[in-house]
Design a protein around this ligand. Structure first.
Ligand SMILES: NC(=O)c1ccc[n+]([C@@H]2O[C@H](COP(=O)([O-])OP(=O)(O)OC[C@H]3O[C@@H](n4cnc5c(N)ncnc54)[C@H](OP(=O)(O)O)[C@@H]3O)[C@@H](O)[C@H]2O)c1
Length: 318
């Protein structure tokens, strides 16, 4: 086991490395762990906004770049969020998607194991084919697109190579943007702000996860000894279009510019699943977190964004 140094910190203080720390989820995780852990951040091209002991650039598409960059680090927990996340981009660049999402995850899993660290890996609801909906952890996966396939292969790398691990299958996410990369509510607002009309599926269902809940769930999982797969979604199953209407009403946007469409009406590079909603009862049972419904999550997002805007003197994001 490499790199275990004598630590000058309290017994309860963990050293936590977050990969993808410049991403939407990564920045929110860093925000939750701030002041509660020694924080190390790994990012790709954009430096994270969050403060940390160290921020390190890594390229997971290049073999051993991660291992070389973090060679001297000693950590208790690695939270691996970095990924190529666009299903269409994965479909068009399958070699890179495999390198980042599968080989990159394998490299991190081996590195974590060598240090005796616990690994928490972010997977996706898109490991399912969407035929059934309300998926529980023991349901059989069957991804329809390459993104889902590579994330599932990443899960196998974690299970195979790590002794202490948790896999968190995350649902479509929304919430406060804290860094350079936003969620899809930010994309919607930008598109509406630019005067565009948006087409949204009425027949694609998910259980959208409020990122503040996700950050809290990971914070608790990092402290627990629980090994296994966990589904992290919101408490509500809803279509993309249904979500967007709630978003518009709460944020005072013009819902007339949303055009309801069926998935079959839109040409996409990557096939999309119809109903990848998640059953999150295991998470509630084991770590005591009950995820919120969409309106509650959006209300929390609104309060957080207003507080952020007041703190940095800029107007709330639009
Ligand atoms: N957001 C969702 O709705 C959602 C839903 C289900 C599952 N997930 C999973 O949750 C995790 C986080 O997603 P997210 O929404 O936070 O994604 P995101 O905002 O797009 O961020 C992706 C992160 O990965 C990093 N990254 C990408 N390619 C890299 C490479 N070659 N080397 C090193 N770092 C690289 C990016 O770094 P730079 O920006 O610095 O280049 C960024 O920090 C992912 O594993 C995703 O599969 C997300």
């Amino acid at each position: 086991m490499k790199g275990k140094r004598a630590k000058q910190k309290g017994a309860e203080t963990q050293t936590v490395l977050i990969t993808g720390a410049s991403g939407f989820v990564g920045e929110n995780l860093a925000h939750r762990f701030a002041g509660e852990a020694e924080l190390l951040l790994a990012y790709g091209k954009q430096k994270p906004r969050a403060r940390a002991e160290k921020a390190i650039a890594v390229d997971l598409s290049v073999r051993n770049d991660f291992t070389r960059a973090v060679e001297d680090l000693d950590v208790d927990t690695v939270i691996h969020t970095a990924a190529m996340v666009s299903p269409d981009l994965c479909e068009r660049n399958s070699t890179e998607a495999h390198a980042v999402n599968v080989e990159g995850t394998r490299e991190i899993a081996l590195w974590a194991e060598e240090r005796g660290a616990r690994m928490i890996y972010f997977s996706t609801d898109l490991v399912f084919d969407g035929e059934k909906g309300e998926y529980a952890e023991e349901d059989a996966p069957g991804p329809l697109n390459l993104y889902g396939r590579t994330k599932l292969d990443g899960e196998e790398q974690v299970e195979k190579n790590c002794t202490r691990w948790a896999i968190v299958r995350l649902a479509l996410s929304y919430g406060t943007t804290r860094g350079a990369r936003g969620d899809w509510t930010l994309s919607m607002r930008r598109a509406l702000g630019a005067g565009k009309t948006l087409t949204l599926y009425t027949d694609q269902f998910r259980s959208p996860a409020y990122v503040g809940d996700t950050a809290e769930a990971i914070f608790r999982l990092a402290r627990s000894r629980a090994n296994g797969i966990y589904h992290m979604g919101g408490r509500e199953r809803i279509s993309r279009h249904g979500f967007a209407l709630k978003f518009c009403r709460l944020f005072g946007l013009d819902e007339q510019r949303f055009v309801p469409v069926l998935m079959e009406d839109v040409q996409m590079d990557a096939p999309r699943a119809a109903d990848c909603s998640l059953d999150t009862q295991k998470l509630t049972r084991e770590i005591g977190l009950t995820p919120c419904e969409v309106e509650q999550g959006l209300a929390r997002q609104k309060v957080e964004e207003e507080a952020l805007a007041n703190a940095d003197g800029s107007p709330a994001r639009d």
